[in-house]
Design a protein around this ligand. Structure first.
Ligand code: PMP
Length: 451
C-alpha cells in the first residue's frame, strides 16, 4: 500500500500505536482504515467492500449499521449519559441488564457484576476467587488452572491465564500461582495411534496430576472457553468436558466458563455452556453481549460464589473492586437492545439453520491440497494449512490472509489457521460467496507456491 502524505494512514502512522501489531511493520506499511459498515460488510476509506468474516473481533452478532442500537444509545445518552454503580448507586439499564442476564443463564446464577472488557471480567473473576478463599478461611486455596492455547485477555492476571507465548514472552508473565494444563486439540496433540477417547482420558489425567502435584487444597479454580477461539478455534472432542468437570468436582475446584466468544448464540445455543452441558460457577460475557457497539462485559456468579464474598464485604465494609464505567447506562442500554434483537430475530435459530452448510463448506476445503484440517461448530470455524517445506510455522497463514483481503474477505490468521466467525445475521447466499472467496484465495496461494 502506498501511503499519501496527510492521509488517514499517514496520520495513523505518526500518532497511533496499535494493539496486537508489529509497530515497525505498521510504520512501513500503514493500517487498513475502515470507514463504515452495513450488515455483514465493511468498507475501507477507499470505498472497497469486504465481507467481515470475523465479525470484527468475534463480536458484531447483529451486523454493522443496526439502527436500533444507535437509537437505544441515543435515547439513553439524552436521558442519563453516565452514572456509576459504586457505593450502592445504580442506574436503570444496569439493573435491567443484570436481571436479564441472570434470568437467561442456563445454569442457576445469582448475580451479575459489570466490567468493560473480557480481560477485566476474567481478572475480576480471579480477584473474586482470591477474596472468597480468604473469606472462607482458606487463604492457601488461590491457585488457578488454565489451558495451553486458552485465551482470556491481556491484563496482568488475564494475560497470565491466556496460554499463548506472545502474551507471556517479554512481559514476565504468567504471574506465580497460575498454571496451564493440556490443550484439547486432538489432531495437534494426540500421540501416535492414540484414539480420541484415550486422548481425552490423557487430558483429564494431566489435569488431575497437576492438581495433585500442587495440592488440591491450594487449587481454587479452573478457567476454560467452551470452544477455544483465539488459540485457533479448537472444539474439544466428545467426552472432554464431562471428564474435566468430574475432576473439578472431585477436588472442589470452581469452574469459570469464559463465554466471551461463545456467548449469545455462536455455537448454536445461546451459550456454549448449553452446547457442551457445562456446570460453571462463573460465566464471563462480552463481545456479542452488545455486538461490541459499546464496550461492556459481565460476570455471572452463582450463590455459592456470591455468599462468602457478600459476607466478607459486610465484615470489611466494602468489596473493594470495580471500574468507573461498570454498568455504564449507555453500554447496558445497547446490550439490552442487542439481546432483544438476537431473541426477536431468532439469530440462534439462524445459526442452527446455517451451521450444517457452514461446516460442510469448511470441511470441503479440508480436501484442498494446501489444507490439513477443518474444525468448527455452529458459525465458528477454522481451516489449518499443512506445513510446507521452506516455510516456517505461521508464515503461510498471513499470506493466505492477505490474498483473502485483496479479494474482499476478512478472516483472521492464527498461525497457519484461518478463522471464520461471521455475523449471526449472515444468510445462505452470503455464506456461499464467503466460501467461494476462501476457496479462490487458496487456489491463488497454491499457484504462487507452486510457481
Ligand atoms: N476471553 C475470550 C474467550 C476472548 O476471546 C477474549 C477476546 N478475544 C477475551 C476473553 C478478552 O476480551 P477483551 O479483548 O475484551 O479484553
Amino acid at each position: 500500500m502506498t501511503v499519501q502524505p496527510n492521509s488517514m494512514e499517514a496520520r495513523d502512522k505518526a500518532y497511533h500505536m496499535h494493539s496486537y501489531t508489529n509497530a515497525r511493520a505498521l510504520e512501513r506499511d500503514g493500517a487498513l482504515v475502515m470507514e463504515r459498515g452495513e450488515g455483514i460488510y465493511v468498507y475501507d476509506n477507499n470505498g472497497k467492500k469486504y465481507i467481515e468474516g470475523m465479525s470484527g473481533l468475534w463480536s458484531v452478532a447483529v451486523g454493522f449499521g443496526e439502527n436500533r442500537l444507535v437509537e437505544a444509545a441515543t435515547r439513553q445518552m439524552s436521558k442519563l449519559p453516565y452514572y456509576h454503580t459504586f457505593t450502592s448507586r445504580a442506574n436503570g439499564p444496569s439493573i435491567e441488564l443484570a436481571e436479564k442476564l441472570v434470568q437467561m443463564a442456563p445454569v442457576p446464577m445469582s448475580k451479575a457484576f459489570f466490567t468493560n472488557s473480557g480481560s477485566e471480567a476474567n481478572d475480576t473473576a480471579i480477584k473474586m476467587i482470591w477474596y472468597r478463599s480468604n473469606a472462607m478461611g482458606k487463604p492457601e486455596k488461590k491457585k488457578i488452572i488454565s489451558r495451553i492455547k486458552g485465551y482470556h485477555g491481556v491484563t496482568a492476571v488475564s494475560a497470565s491465564l491466556t496460554g499463548l507465548p506472545n502474551n507471556h514472552r517479554s512481559f514476565d508473565l504468567p504471574l506465580p500461582g497460575i498454571f496451564h494444563t493440556s490443550c484439547p486439540h486432538y489432531r495437534a496433540f494426540k500421540l501416535e495411534g492414540e484414539s480420541e477417547a484415550a486422548f481425552v482420558e490423557r487430558c483429564a489425567k494431566e489435569l488431575e496430576d497437576l492438581i495433585l502435584r500442587e495440592g488440591p487444597e491450594t487449587v481454587a479454580a479452573f478457567i476454560g472457553e467452551p470452544v477455544m477461539g483465539a488459540g485457533g478455534v479448537i472444539v474439544p472432542p466428545a467426552g472432554y468436558w464431562p471428564a474435566i468437570q468430574a475432576i473439578l468436582k472431585k477436588y472442589d475446584i470452581l469452574f469459570i466458563a469464559d463465554e466471551v466468544i461463545c456467548g449469545f448464540g455462536r455455537t448454536g445455543n445461546m451459550f456454549g455452556t448449553q452446547t457442551f452441558d457445562l456446570q460453571p460457577d462463573f460465566m464471563t460475557l462480552s463481545k456479542q453481549i452488545s455486538s461490541s457497539y459499546q464496550p461492556i462485559s459481565a460476570l455471572l456468579i452463582n450463590e455459592n460464589v456470591y455468599a462468602p464474598i457478600a459476607d466478607e464485604s459486610a465484615k470489611i465494609g466494602t468489596f473493594g473492586h470495580g471500574v468507573t464505567a461498570a454498568g455504564h447506562p449507555v453500554a447496558a442500554a445497547v446490550a439490552l437492545e442487542n439481546i432483544a434483537i438476537i431473541e426477536e430475530r431468532d439469530l440462534v435459530g439462524n445459526v442452527r439453520a446455517l451451521a450444517p452448510k457452514f461446516q460442510s463448506r469448511l470441511k470441503e476445503l479440508e480436501g484442498h491440497p494446501l489444507a490439513i484440517e477443518a474444525r468448527g461448530i455452529g458459525l465458528i470455524g477454522a481451516l489449518e494449512l499443512a506445513p510446507r517445506e521452506g516455510f516456517a510455522t505461521g508464515q503461510l497463514g498471513p499470506k493466505l490472509f492477505s490474498i483473502m483481503v485483496e479479494k474482499g474477505l476478512i478472516s483472521r490468521a492464527i498461525g497457519d489457521s484461518l478463522a471464520l466467525c461471521p455475523p449471526l445475521i449472515i444468510n445462505e447466499s452470503q455464506l456461499d460467496v464467503l466460501f467461494d472467496t476462501f476457496e479462490a484465495s487458496l487456489d491463488v496461494l497454491k499457484k504462487q507456491l507452486d510457481a
